[in-house]
Write a protein of this length. Structure first.
Length: 285
């Protein structure tokens, strides 16, 4: 079996919490507690759990946006926290993030062209074909009108703004994209469009996803494997069908039980009503 692209081992992250008053003592909050996970090349690992379970903190540790308290992270066999200088810059090209709120993660004063090319400018890398042509090509790939490259984030809908964030992540040809609740702020119909886009891009490029989510219905559409987090710890990991079909941990069963389900009789009634409506329309022609 080939080595995983990413291996995180026994990750711990503690934050200092200051008590009130002048003499308040400082306590430690353990947000991530002995977390270990792996992501293979070309696969999608979904990290799921309720808000506050430690998912986003784990994602930021892996992206090296914050440092670990304990534990190790290896990417393609390299220890991430040993990287400095050019090696660290290279890692930040290979691992990109797409955030939950596209508007807060995109500079409102920058055009799409400047946003999409910013990672290359930061890395002091040449922009293939020039900034305008490069941006338009990426916008077309993510389903945006390439003629809108001079517009600002506020001129796009939420789903379109999230596509800009995806285009920015793609600009440096990453090997791992960390999608942190990337569709949770979108309408259901727009969620489906963005998920289909993410899957298509993965098929085309072969990169991996660490997909952070709390919506199990979304996870089921995109994940290869699933890791379930609760109170900073991973309580269950496995293939998507195994976790959804035969959950072992009580917390996983609780999450699955909370997923809304359409009752068969409701679905049958909806189909009958739609058929009757079509019949009336045909009769009226």
């Amino acid at each position: 079996m080939s080595e995983p692209l990413l291996r995180a081992s026994n990750l711990v992250k503690e934050f200092a919490v200051h008590g009130g008053g002048l003499l308040g003592r400082t306590a430690k909050l353990r947000a991530v507690d002995d977390v270990s996970l792996e992501v293979g090349t070309g696969e999608t690992l979904a990290l799921v759990g309720e808000s506050g379970s430690g998912k986003s903190t784990t994602a930021r540790l892996i992206a090296r946006l914050i440092d670990t308290t304990e534990g190790t992270i290896e990417f393609d066999g390299r220890e991430v926290h040993a990287l400095t200088g050019k090696d660290l810059h290279a890692y930040r090209c290979e691992v990109q993030m797409v955030f939950q709120d596209p508007y807060s993660s995109l500079n409102p004063k920058h055009t799409v062209e400047r946003i999409v090319t910013a990672p290359l400018v930061y890395q002091k890398r040449p922009i293939p074909g020039g900034a305008r042509a490069f941006t338009k090509a990426l916008m077309e790939r993510v389903g945006l009108n390439p003629d809108h490259s001079a517009r600002f984030p506020a001129q796009f809908s939420g789903g379109q703004a999230q596509r800009i964030g995806i285009a920015r992540a793609l600009a440096v040809s990453p090997r791992l994209i960390i999608a942190d609740e990337a569709v949770s702020a979108l309408d259901v119909s727009v969620q489906a469009q963005v998920i289909n886009l993410l899957k298509r891009l993965q098929d085309e490029e072969g990169f991996s996803y660490l997909f952070i989510a709390h919506d199990l219905a979304v996870v089921r559409q995109i994940a290869t494997r699933v890791a379930v987090m609760n109170e900073g710890r991973i309580v269950e990991q496995g293939g998507r069908d195994a976790v959804f079909g035969d959950p072992q941990d009580p917390y996983t069963r609780k999450l699955l039980a909370a997923v809304p389900r359409i009752r068969p009789e409701w679905d049958a009634a909806r189909r009958r009503n739609e058929a009757a409506r079509r019949d009336r329309q045909e009769a009226g022609k």
